[in-house]
Design a protein around this ligand. Structure first.
Ligand SMILES: NC(=O)c1ccc[n+]([C@@H]2O[C@H](COP(=O)([O-])OP(=O)(O)OC[C@H]3O[C@@H](n4cnc5c(N)ncnc54)[C@H](OP(=O)(O)O)[C@@H]3O)[C@@H](O)[C@H]2O)c1
Length: 295
């Protein structure tokens, strides 16, 4: 049976990966914390990574671990660099030594975001935030040190865990109006859809960098309106610009204005797999969603 090592297994993507594969593979689950059935592994510690890799000898490593708090990365760029750059470097070194495939996940925030057409995989990144800079460094290390790798750039991810969708629903419980930016355009992506794409690519030898977002695009304010519409929430969404939002929240990181990712590599690789449209994916996510879990 194929052995898959998952890092950051308690995160949104880590959980989605476990559901996607079910019992069809043998999982080696790892994360930062001590928990039954999970190996404690900080990916920024090379010794720990090599030890787990050499002992467990997985066929595949799926890196779901990262420092994902975009505003937090601005304040703690050194910590973010360890998780988002040194971590994937360590996994790349380990994957090469044991001959495992490495699947690493990156972000649309590696791009500056002032483009006028969707970014393709070969476009030059130019991050404007600490999160983007550290994630780009991670991509480069994976390319430098791994032999057989997939780098999947995703965006606006939501799944089983803390995310924008849940935050907006929670806020709606005691607010008649919320303020959301409408000049940042991207593609909300379900962790379930991303896990399906990882599963598909992992079974191939088509290594490289892939854009992996749900189809279609929106802005954060319209995304919020769609979430509220689907949940029958009456809270109004006040549209503001990023500049207006920043004046209200000075500590927030700069984010790309336009970060739609074209999946040119996937389309060139197969006509058998396409990620769902973002509207269908959020509908599926909220189908049966229990608002009381947000208390
Ligand atoms: N979330 C998004 O909107 C978004 C957008 C674009 C790209 N991505 C990328 O998608 C991937 C998955 O994101 P996600 O939303 O599933 O992340 P997540 O929910 O924040 O989960 C990340 C997991 O990694 C763990 N972790 C953090 N630092 C670690 C370290 N040094 N060693 C081992 N584990 C560590 C976290 O533990 P703690 O909780 O204890 O810190 C958590 O369990 C990441 O590569 C992320 O950069 C996410």
């Amino acid at each position: 049976m194929k052995k898959i090592l998952v890092t950051g297994c308690n995160g949104q993507l880590g959980r989605a990966i476990q559901k996607e594969y079910g019992s069809s593979v043998e999982f080696i689950l790892t994360d930062m914390i001590d928990m039954e059935g999970i190996i404690k592994l900080d990916i920024s510690n090379l010794e720990q990574v090599m030890d787990v890799a050499r002992t467990q000898k997985p066929d595949v490593i799926i890196n779901c671990a990262a420092f994902t708090n975009v505003d937090g990365c601005e304040v703690h760029e050194d910590v973010a660099f360890k998780a988002n750059a040194i971590g994937p470097r360590n996994l790349a070194i380990a994957s090469r030594e044991i001959g495992a495939k490495l699947i690493h996940v990156s972000t649309d925030y590696v791009f500056e975001g002032n483009g006028t057409r969707p970014y393709v995989e070969t476009d030059e990144p130019n991050p404007i935030s600490a999160y983007g800079r550290t994630k780009l460094a991670g991509e480069k290390f994976v390319q430098q040190f791994a032999d057989r790798f997939f780098i999947l750039r995703t965006a606006w991810l939501y799944g089983d865990g803390k995310n924008f969708v849940k935050t907006m629903l929670k806020v709606s419980k005691n607010h008649d109006e919320v303020t959301v930016v409408d000049d940042q355009v991207g593609s909300p992506t379900s962790a379930v859809e991303l896990a399906k794409m990882i599963h598909f690519l992992e079974g191939t030898e088509s290594y490289g960098i892939y854009h992996a977002t749900c189809e279609g695009s929106t802005n954060w304010a319209e995304f919020t309106e769609e979430i509220y519409r689907l949940m029958g929430v009456k809270t109004k969404v006040k549209h503001v610009t990023s500049e207006e939002y920043k004046a209200m929240n000075p500590a927030s990181a700069d984010r790309p204005h336009y970060s739609i990712l074209e999946d040119q590599m996937l389309k060139a690789t197969t006509d058998k797999f396409l990620m769902a449209d973002w509207k269908d994916a959020i509908k599926a996510y909220l189908d049966g969603f229990d608002m009381s879990t947000l208390d």
